[in-house]
Design a protein around this ligand. Structure first.
Ligand code: ATP
Ligand code: MG
Length: 572
């Protein structure tokens, strides 16, 4: 396949992935089939976007970007009962966050251009319905919804199928004018009553719904069905490639039938299908995610444990990581479950390059350096990022009283324990080698303090620092430490397939998906910024949560440094 970028000078020069849909588009570019490639991302504003949508967004906007085309963000808002402006706003914000940097190729995203709405085309779509009636290709049907379903299932013609054009036009106008209650009549296409493809068995085009719409208000009491509105919205916007997930493959003949039976003057859009994303340890349906929110099993749509784009963002994941993930998993025609570790890997890889290293002790135990003068403070050099020299260094204070991680000390150490133990030595990162001389306990036998001595000739980077010990641990100076609420997030479900064999996904919620602790942080974290990412050395990657306030730090654990679940499943 020729390089789409060369074939299309308007395209960007970023390396692009390749897959069967991009191959089709590239071929069309070579053939000059369309003046411009035009895709769309058409969410229904009835919930927040999830990571499955992210795959579709990256595909649709990605193709526009790679082939010098355009992608529209369009609210597919034909069902007034479930839709809401809150969702329109969250969807717009999420898409902007995910591919904001690609705005040149995105319509409906910049603040000047609001998203597109299928509901803006209701007048046109109504006229298209009238045109089909006039051609004898649509009729008003009085059967109840149950009867309609049954007749379609049996492949039987509706008794109203042969109504005259005049009668159909009159009834459809009266449907529009609000003369009939909900469900009393529907407009149906006249195609093939017993087609092997059920979607062609005189499908529904319009239904009566006396419900206000989030965008059109009370203007309409009839609303087009998804199948009727979608292809026509694509046509109206000049879409060339209408890319959707595999379950719409069986709708494609209807998509084509509607467009081909309207004598439309311009080039018709074509539908292409790819496999939807299913992710291990995750549920993806908006309806079920809404259940988690409504039943307070999470704190909201943007709870950092949710697979929503807003939850993932709040957790501290950067859009680059999600885009890399979307590219890495590829686009195929086969449904399957993607291992969640693929997503986690993309997040770690991105944060490793980006995150500033900081010292923070999550579960502190106090250490007193008995040979370090009381009141003395040393400012030590600490590296901001081993992956990025330009990130520079900062000073961290060292004093007589420190905190170290409780787990970095073992009174009875297991074999190969290279951290601190009674009588043993360990290096404090960026500082000295210390030796544990005494373990202080309270009356119930809990360790309250470790009394240590420092080898004052062993300072990291100092003239006499050559001496090496096996372990290095992190620490913070106790009098300088700032407290932070730290939210340790983990997977929301304990099972890779939460709904396996019809089980209720709520029965396998992970009771340990959130643990809240108070950490002791190095003082520079007082100035933590929401735009920065941090690696608390040896612990995990963190980002500031939006609950943070001046004087109250809240950090979210975005992801651990290593895949703890992989070890667990090996043990099993
Ligand atoms: P859900 O089934 O999760 O409620 P949906 O399909 O009803 O989602 P829409 O708002 O209709 O959600 O989806 C908008 C677009 O995103 C559609 O083109 C759809 O094909 C695509 N999409 C939805 N879920 C996924 C997924 N898991 N993987 C890839 N694309 C998806
Ligand atoms: Mg849908």
């Amino acid at each position: 396949m020729s390089n789409p970028i060369e074939a299309n000078p308007g395209a960007t020069t970023a390396p692009a992935p390749s897959d069967f849909i991009r191959d089709i588009v590239a071929q069309h570019v070579v053939e000059k089939k369309y003046p411009r490639i035009h895709t769309r991302f058409p969410p229904e504003p009835n919930g927040y976007l999830h990571i499955g949508h992210a795959k579709s967004i990256c595909l649709n906007f990605g193709i526009a970007r790679e082939f010098g085309g355009t992608c529209n963000l369009r609210m597919d808002d034909t069902n007034p009962a479930k839709e809401d402006v809150e969702y329109v706003d969250s969807i717009t914000a999420d898409v902007n966050w995910l591919i904001g940097g690609w705005a040149d190729h995105c319509l409906g995203l910049t603040p000047a251009k609001a998203p597109f709405y299928a509901s803006d085309y209701f007048d046109h779509i109504y006229e298209f319905a009238v045109a089909l009636i006039k051609k004898g290709k649509a009729f008003v049907c009085d059967m109840t919804p149950d009867q309609t379903d049954e007749y379609r299932r049996l492949g039987k013609p509706s008794p109203f199928r042969d109504r005259s054009v005049t009668e159909n036009l009159d009834l459809f106008t009266r449907m529009k004018n609000g003369e009939f209650p909900d469900g009393a009549k529907i407009l149906r296409a006249k195609i093939i009553v017993d087609s092997p493809n059920i979607w062609l068995r005189d499908p529904l085009l319009y239904r009566i719904k006396h419900t206000d719409h989030h965008h059109t208000g009370s203007k309409w009491c009839i609303y087009p069905m998804y199948d009727f509105a979608h292809c026509l919205s694509d046509y109206i916007e000049g879409i060339t490639h209408s890319i959707c997930t595999l379950e719409f493959e069986v709708h494609r003949p209807l998509y084509d039938w509607i467009l081909e039976n309207l004598d439309l003057p311009r080039a018709l859009p074509k539908q292409y299908e790819f496999a939807r994303l299913s992710l291990g340890y995750t549920i993806m349906s908006k309806r079920k995610l809404m259940q988690l929110v409504d039943e307070n099993l999470v704190t909201g749509w943007d709870d950092p444990r949710m697979p929503t784009i807003s939850g993932i963002r709040r957790r501290g994941v950067r859009p680059e990581a999600l885009r890399n993930f979307a590219y890495n998993i590829g686009i195929t025609k086969y449904n399957g479950i993607t291992d969640v570790s693929v997503l986690e890997f993309a997040i770690r890889e991105d944060l490793n390059k980006r995150a500033l290293r900081r010292l923070a002790v999550l579960r502190p135990i106090k250490v007193v350096i008995t040979n370090f003068a009381e009141g003395k403070i040393e400012e030590l050099d600490a590296t901001n990022s081993p992956e990025d020299e330009t990130a520079g260094k900062r000073k961290v204070p060292f004093s007589r009283e420190l905190y170290i991680e409780r787990d970095d000390f073992a009174e009875v150490p297991p074999p190969k324990f290279f951290r601190l133990k009674p009588g043993g030595e360990v290096r404090l990162k960026y500082a000295y080698i210390i030796k544990c001389e005494e373990v202080v306990k309270d009356t119930s036998g809990n360790i309250t303090e470790l009394r240590c001595t420092a080898d004052l000739d062993s300072k990291t980077g100092g003239a006499t620092s050559a001496r090496k010990v096996k372990g290095t641990i992190h620490w913070v100076s106790a009098p300088h430490a700032v407290d932070a609420e730290v939210r340790l997030y983990d997977r929301l479900f304990t099972e890779a397939e939460p709904e396996k064999d019809g089980r209720d996904f709520k029965s396998v919620l992970n009771p340990k998906s959130l643990e809240v602790i108070t950490a002791k942080c190095e003082p520079s974290l007082k100035d933590a910024k929401p735009t920065e990412r941090y690696q608390f050395e040896r612990m995990a990657y963190f980002a500031l949560d939006l609950d943070s306030q001046p004087g109250k730090l809240v950090f979210n654990r975005t992801i651990t440094l290593k895949d703890a679940w992989a070890k667990e499943s090996q043990k099993k």
